[in-house]
Design a protein around this ligand. Structure first.
Ligand SMILES: Nc1ncnc2c1ncn2[C@@H]1O[C@H](COP(=O)(O)OP(=O)(O)OP(=O)(O)O)[C@@H](O)[C@H]1O
Length: 173
């Protein structure tokens, strides 16, 4: 995180903490006011734009790369520990909850920057903070679900026997 100087709308300059440019900020700088607005002409073009959106967030948002690296680790751990089908279902829901939250957060950041034209505004800060809080809640839910799913398997792996870990392991056959 770096520091940035911003006008606080009262003629004073405040020092605020900011990360280096995010995907949203870089795109905001590339805006060409003279470019005509274009609409998607067919399904394939719509798909292309949707995939471009996913690609942009994955490549340029550090937090998204963290979520995906974590998801990959969970995938490997799940395969190694031999989760069953219904456990995978919960793992997928948990992982996508956090990833989806990150997508929403990126959208919120972009819209806020668009509305305030990247100038300082307390409400813009509030919206971004609440949006970041939403991601945190989603990650909290993800971690709780993953802990509930993986705990009996990890216990069993380390030879810690509880009624539940025995029950889950028996389900695996
Ligand atoms: N226009 C603004 N006016 C006031 N405060 C802002 C503004 N933009 C950002 N902030 C404050 O700076 C914080 C960081 O904003 P920023 O846009 O850099 O998000 P970020 O840290 O890159 O988020 P993420 O890590 O989720 O991508 C916000 O949570 C908010 O408190």
């Amino acid at each position: 995180m770096t520091t940035d100087l911003r006008d606080n709308n009262h003629g004073q300059i405040e020092e605020t903490d900011f990360h280096p440019k995010s995907a949203v900020e870089e795109l905001a700088e590339q805006t060409n006011p003279k470019a005509p607005s274009r609409r998607n002409k067919n399904f394939l073009i719509s798909m292309y734009h949707a995939l471009k959106g996913i690609f942009l967030v994955v490549i340029r948002e550090r937090n998204m790369r963290f979520h995906l690296s974590f998801a990959f680790f969970i995938l490997v751990l799940g395969l190694y520990l031999g989760l069953n089908r219904s456990e995978w279902l919960w793992v997928v829901i948990a992982v996508f909850l956090a990833v989806y939250g990150e997508f929403l957060n990126t959208v919120v950041e972009a819209v806020v920057d668009l509305v305030v034209e990247r100038k300082y505004h307390p409400l813009a800060g509030l919206v971004k903070d609440v949006s970041a809080g939403m991601v945190l809640v989603a990650v909290g839910a993800e971690l709780i679900i993953l802990a509930l799913i993986f705990q009996p398997h990890i216990w069993h792996y380390f030879g810690i026997e509880t009624n539940f870990s025995r029950f889950v392991h028996r389900l695996k056959g």
